[in-house]
Design a binder for this molecule. Structure first.
Ligand SMILES: [Mn+2]
Length: 323
């Protein structure tokens, strides 16, 4: 009896509607300027140390790594006074702009673009970059938080809570963020996992009719139905490219404890993985962000657990299957 073994990479290339190569473009972004806690800049380094690049290659892919990840630290300006409430505005802007160039370059080459953060402010760059190549793409934002504060509505001034307001064009185009073109339509964005949303953000979601599936919806319908409804909302015919931005704090802190803003009552290990598997199955995924792994928070076991789960979410999104 002969058995043919087909690699996950081959299967994904056959299934994909947009990606026809088995090269994955990985961008590591050791960046923490969008929030106050040190350590989240070590997230991508720990994931690489844990073997994420080898793991992707073991699935049959080859990896093209963006150059110069050290630059994200060295580009930090000597002085970066707040603008309004926004903290580290110049640094966040410069880093996101560089991320945007690197992600765009991978997308232009037809590679799946995988970005390892870093805090979630880098999504200003990842989505700007991918949307330049995939103009009609939709976005699945998996997170405990809505990350849609404007520079006016934010209480903390931490820009990792604001990327979507820039991408949707909800705030004025002003320096240093005037390079960001609004690239995302409100009806092409859907959330999964929300459970800690600021009052100003709730008002924004309502006003713009942005669809969100909170943990309440996950409890009520189950994750399978929620993912189906989320995809139906932004991608009815499963014909549009998908950029998924996955914040590990969407997972319950018992599953991913080493993250900057943990919130109780999150996704289970399997629910998180199910989202990635189901999105991979659509054949529409073109870009993935995995952000907010912070190795400095918690004991060594918390770190190992969080890094491991981050890596396995990436693999599932790239088509690693159970059978
Ligand atoms: Mn986030």
């Amino acid at each position: 009896m002969e058995y043919t073994i087909i690699s996950d990479a081959q299967r994904m290339a056959e299934r994909s509607k947009f990606i026809k190569t088995t090269v994955v473009g990985v961008t590591c972004v050791p960046f923490s300027g969008g929030q106050p806690k040190g350590g989240v800049d070590d997230g991508p380094i720990e994931m690489v140390r844990f073997g994420i690049l080898d793991q992707i290659q073991d699935m049959g892919y080859s990896v093209e790594l963006s150059e110069g990840m050290d630059k994200y630290r060295s580009m930090k300006p000597a002085s970066d006074l707040p603008i309004g409430k926004m903290k580290n505005p110049r640094y966040v802007s410069m880093a996101a702009r560089r991320v945007s160039d690197q992600v765009k370059a991978h997308c232009e080459q037809g590679r799946m673009a995988v970005t390892l953060g870093g805090d979630h402010s880098i999504a200003m760059g990842t989505l700007t970059g991918s949307s330049m190549v995939y103009k009609d793409m939709c976005v699945i934002w998996v997170d405990a938080h809505a990350d849609i504060n404007t520079p006016e509505t934010t209480d903390s001034g931490n820009l990792h809570g604001c990327p979507l307001s820039f991408l949707l064009g909800l705030c004025k185009s002003e320096a240093p963020f005037d390079w960001i073109e609004p690239c995302l339509r409100a009806d092409r964005l859907v959330y999964i996992g929300l459970r800690d949303v600021d009052p100003g953000e709730k008002a924004i979601l309502r006003k713009h009719g942005i669809k969100a599936f909170s943990m309440h919806d996950v409890d009520k319908h189950g994750i399978g139905k929620v993912v189906e409804m989320a995809l139906d909302h932004v991608n009815k015919d499963r014909s549009l490219p998908i950029h998924m931005s996955f914040d590990v704090d969407a997972l319950d802190p018992s599953v991913a404890p080493a993250t900057g803003t943990p919130v109780r009552g999150g996704l289970t290990f399997r629910e998180g993985h199910y989202i990635c598997e189901a999105v991979a199955e659509t054949g529409c995924l073109v870009a993935l962000d995995l952000v907010e792994v912070n190795p400095a928070l918690g004991d060594p076991e918390s770190l190992r657990q969080t890094v491991a789960v981050g890596c396995s979410l990436v693999r599932c999104s790239l088509g690693e299957s159970l059978l």
